[in-house]
Write a protein that binds this ligand. Structure first.
Ligand SMILES: O=c1ccn([C@@H]2O[C@H](COP(=O)(O)OP(=O)(O)O[C@H]3OC[C@@H](O)[C@H](O)[C@H]3O)[C@@H](O)[C@H]2O)c(=O)[nH]1
Ligand SMILES: [O-]c1cc(O)cc2[o+]c(-c3ccc(O)cc3)c(O[C@@H]3O[C@H](CO)[C@@H](O)[C@H](O)[C@H]3O)cc12
Length: 468
């Protein structure tokens, strides 16, 4: 084993194998860029279909090598499905089955490369195949520490009786010692957590997989920082009796070779006044299940009167966003509103001077990107983990507003319009408050030493524990 570290002669050899979802592969790649910047070599395992989208984000192609993995066809999955974007939420467990079947291929790669370190999140069997080749393992979590602390620690174990669904009240209970009374779910929201403990043939539950992944690794890492989630990280560390290393926000902003915004969007956005455009994006997975909720979203944005750009996957039951648009909508918003079903460079759109408001599903990656931007933030979280992120942003940090939902979980065009106007209209008290708090947090997080300090410390932690 050589001498490790940025100023030394040899580098670590690292393999990354994230969960087959862009919301996971993207932050794993951002972290790879940070480690490559320090001279470490990375082999990044990913499905073939993800290559086109991720390649432009690789800022160190001389040090980060993509290696494609064949994702087996599993009965019940849509043909050709390789990532979460190809799979409806209720079939996600089958994608996990497919990922488990990649184990022999990954094992062969490990035997060939003999890495020092392996990063993974979902494939809980990684430590079993990494240990024999002498590699240490890091379970790197790209979701909030709060969402792990609430449902993925040993104290959160639930006994599921004969596949009986648990009540919202039961699901909303926090585990013993959980460190917040604000970042919690209400009973009707907690229903969306039922998937966590649901047992599936051959793979058990999501809870079993995650707890095994965190129990068997040599170290847990989380893409977060002490300033926002320190108490949740300490709780996780005590639950698993092992160190929890923090990477900080891990955003590519300050690194060289950044791509620029596609001219199609740069030109469209340039037509509008500074800070006037509402940008709405709901992440890399299909999230809005019902066509009428999709339409409510479009109509709510239309009635704000602001120019808007929406990047969203089509709702279930249709294959394009165009098919799902409300009657007459396209004609009415011509020239000031666009709904786009493809991939858009979100971080670059958020930093465009014309964009003043971000309507987000509050995926953890989007949460960091929104905090770094100077947009006003409106949240429409879709399930448990995103609701917790939203609570962190609205109740603890007070940097965003959340769109009100009815007891049945639905939001109306009116509640969306109200939320956007509450942060965009001049003189709004709420708008002023969240802007002030957001400014403070952006100053802290974007301070030149802040993110770098986290990465420096993270690298030191890795070096020490690879040597140990
Ligand atoms: O069109 C798009 C869509 C998404 N993106 C990028 O893709 C990433 C999406 O990640 P998010 O974490 O916000 O959301 P996703 O829904 O894709 O992620 C998933 O994993 C992370 C969890 O916190 C989310 O709840 C889960 O849904 C962001 O970095 C965003 O900038 C684009 O660049 N363009
Ligand atoms: O919905 C969730 C509620 C909650 O309390 C915790 C999580 O955790 C994670 C998670 C993901 C990755 C990790 O390394 C740790 C925790 C969740 O992940 C999401 O699960 C979805 C269903 O499988 C999946 O579609 C999505 O890609 C994951 O990001 C969800 C919750």
């Amino acid at each position: 084993m050589g001498v490790f570290g940025s100023n030394e002669s040899s580098s670590m050899s690292i393999v990354m194998y994230p969960w087959l979802a862009f919301g996971h592969m993207t932050p794993f790649l951002h972290l790879s860029n940070k480690l490559a910047e320090k001279g470490h070599k990375i082999v990044f395992l990913l499905p073939k279909k993800a290559l086109n989208q991720l390649e432009p984000l690789n800022l160190y192609p001389n040090l980060i090598t993509f290696h494609t993995i064949s994702i087996p066809q599993v009965k019940g999955l849509p043909p050709g499905a390789e990532t979460n974007s190809d799979v409806p939420f209720f079939l996600t467990h089958l994608l996990a089955v497919a990922m488990d079947q990649t184990r022999p291929e990954v094992e062969t790669i490990f035997r060939t490369i003999k890495p020092d370190l392996v990063f993974y999140d979902s494939a809980h069997w990684i430590p079993d195949i990494a240990k024999p080749v002498g590699a240490k393992t890091v379970c790197f979590n790209i979701v909030s520490a709060a969402s792990i602390a609430l449902s993925l620690v040993p104290a959160a174990e639930r006994e599921v009786i004969d596949g009986k669904e648990m009540s919202g009240e039961e699901l909303a209970k926090t585990p013993l010692g959980y460190p917040s009374s604000k970042v919690v779910l209400r009973a009707h929201e907690a229903k969306s957590l039922s998937f966590v403990w649901r047992k599936h043939e051959a793979i058990g539950s999501f809870f079993d997989g995650k707890v095994t992944a965190m129990r068997n690794c040599d170290a847990i890492a989380i893409r977060t920082c002490r300033e926002t989630e320190g108490k949740f990280c300490d709780y996780i560390s005590s639950q698993y009796s092992k160190p929890v290393y923090l990477t900080g926000p891990v955003l590519p902003g300050s690194q060289p070779n950044q791509p620029s915004l596609e001219p199609q969007w740069a030109e469209w956005l340039a037509k509008f006044n500074h800070g006037s455009v509402v940008f709405c994006a709901f992440g890399s997975q299909p999230v809005v299940n019902k066509i009428d909720q999709f339409q409510e979203l479009c109509l709510g944005l239309e009635s704000t009167g602001f120019p808007f750009l929406v990047a969203i996957k089509p709702p279930s039951g249709v294959s394009t966003v165009e098919e799902a648009l409300p009657e007459g909508f396209k004609e009415r918003v011509e020239g000031r509103g666009v709904v786009f079903g493809g991939w858009i460079q979100q971080p670059l759109v958020l930093n465009h001077p014309s964009v003043g408001c971000f309507v987000s599903h509050c995926g953890f990656g989007s949460m960091w990107e929104s905090l770094m931007s100077d947009c006003q933030i409106v949240l429409v979280p879709q399930h448990g983990e995103q609701i917790l992120n939203a609570r962190l942003m609205t109740e603890e940090m007070e940097v965003a507003v959340e769109v009100e939902r009815e007891k049945n979980g639905w939001f109306s065009r009116q509640s969306l319009e109200n939320a956007v106007k509450s942060v965009m209209e001049e003189g709004s008290e709420v708008g002023e408050k969240v802007r002030k708090n957001h400014d403070k947090w952006r100053c802290v997080l974007s301070d030149s030493g802040f993110a770098d300090g986290y990465i420096d410390m993270f690298e030191q932690n890795l070096i020490e524990f690879v040597k140990s």
